[in-house]
Design a protein. Sequence first.
Length: 149
Amino acid sequence: MISNHIEKSQEWLKRKGWRTNPFVFSIEPELFVGYNNQTNDLLTSISQKHKISLVLGPTGSGKTTFLKWISKNLENDFDVIYVDKPPEKLEEFVAILNDKYKPFWRKLKNTHQIPDFINKKQKHLIFIIDEAHEASLKVLEWIRTLSDQ
């Protein structure tokens, strides 16, 4: 049934003379004024393995869109975890990592196992935490601790 729907959609696009669906939203940072500079700055920080980068801007300025784009477009030598809201409790970091690595790693049982896990990883781990201003002081301290690994 799904393949039939896909075929019909492709036929309709072909009849209209379109190669792709023009109604699908795609992020093209190069179209935003100044966006290219910020993209390059953040990618440079990540490639130089800076501990923490902070993305700031007014409401509606595209911070979340920017972070999602960054998380999808990083090179293959990074493991990326995008979190749309910071965890409320430290134990939620365990669940986040277990969800990301469930087929490859024995389950983490507590936060004390996280540093050892991160230090054994082959790829550099990038945590992208959107809305970090909502994090508790304890969670922010743990994020700083994780950045030392």
